[in-house]
Ligand binder design. Sequence first.
Ligand code: SF4
Length: 475
Amino acid sequence: MSYRSNFIVGEKTLEDIYEEIRSIYFSNSYPWIVGYSGGKDSTATLQLIWEALEKLPREKLNKPIYVLSSDTSIEIPKVINYVDKNLNLINKAAQRKGLPIQAVKVYPRVSDTFWVNLIGRGYPAPTKEFRWCTDRLKIEPSNRFVIETVNKYGEVVVVLGVRKSESLNREKTITEHKIGNHRLSRHSTLSGALVYTPIEDWTVEDVWNYLLNFESPWGGDNQELFEMYKQANAGEPPVVIGNLFTVNEQSGGSSRFGCWVCTVVKKEKSLSSLIENGETWLKPLQKFREMLVETQDPEKKHIYRDYKRRNGSIYFVKGNCKDGSKKLGRGPYKFEYRKFFLEKLLETEKEVNENNPYGEEIKLISIDELIEIRRIWRLEEGDWEDSVLKIYKKVYGKELEIPREEIGIFSAEDKKLIEMLSKEENVNPKLVIRLLNTCQYNIFSSRRTSLIRKLEKILREEWRSEEEILREVDE
Ligand code: SF4
């Protein structure tokens, strides 16, 4: 027996663990989906699987192992680059060694991304009470891949690098759905998915002990990972980067790398620690996040946020005013601030790239997201001036290269005309624009009644100004 096989982690030798992995791998024909976030726990899990199977004859390895990585698109650029580099190495090494391992990256749908919701639709920066992002960015993309694989193969085994010692909640999740005495459990929400957690009894020390004693079999660098943890946590216990399938963010993600822009946590630690430890080129990200945190100040909400909800209704909040009077509750960010945020985000992207010592281009927002934001702004805000294109040109000094197919027949001149006529007729110009937009986008619909219903809904929205509403309340 080699040094490696006899190496003891927790209460087992590595050979015992390899045996367990092999017996579960061969116990059924379901493909495996290994959640890989690039963090220490998922790295250790994948490394164990790789080592357990690598020595077997290739004809025996007859079912796929997907290494699934979920990218929220708002993770710290240094972390994204590290994960991408490893996914690449995993695919190349697996191909070279003839292993049925394939790394796959999943993303949120374009219409669900952080920026499309925050800048496009005006969703306020997430808080503990209104955390609209976790499901859309983290859970849904991974679950979608699992469901598609279940549909193709009947069942799958999801392999996770979770550990009982992470928290009591985590321990409960791991043990709750176990099938008898077996090492597999039923996934709590995804039918057709079994869960296997090879390192569930390991401690943090076990994980590092293993990773730092044995090199990554796909050519990754476990020492680099260790350094990154140290750098991002400034001496705190090492943590998990992101999380797959069983997102547990009760702590608001405070002990995780998480998203650089996260406003759920009061004090963001990972990005700050990276900056304090020399990654000063990331400072503009910190500044942008602070700007969003500022918009959450209860005293300033009325400055940044609309008095109407996205569905056009209004609501009052009682007792929040110092003088005890009623005040209007707040909805999405005002359009002027959403434009401002886009400009600041692009400026941040530009600045980060100008100072990035590592060379790779950092994209904080994708072209697809810009296209989607442009579509939403034109349709919902009557942004016939095409502000996305203008802002992009202002920041980058060049045209945004996107397909220029027309997404609306109205122009900035048309808007000016409507604003002039609306003033004469004492009508809210935004109402006229919304009605015209709705007619235009439904022009080819054969169902006239559906168009009429949409127009009626718009007419039922609140179209009085904030001042008019408050005046009427006082009377
Ligand atoms: S880390 Fe923060 S911003 Fe990212 S998904 Fe979780 S709550 Fe949302």
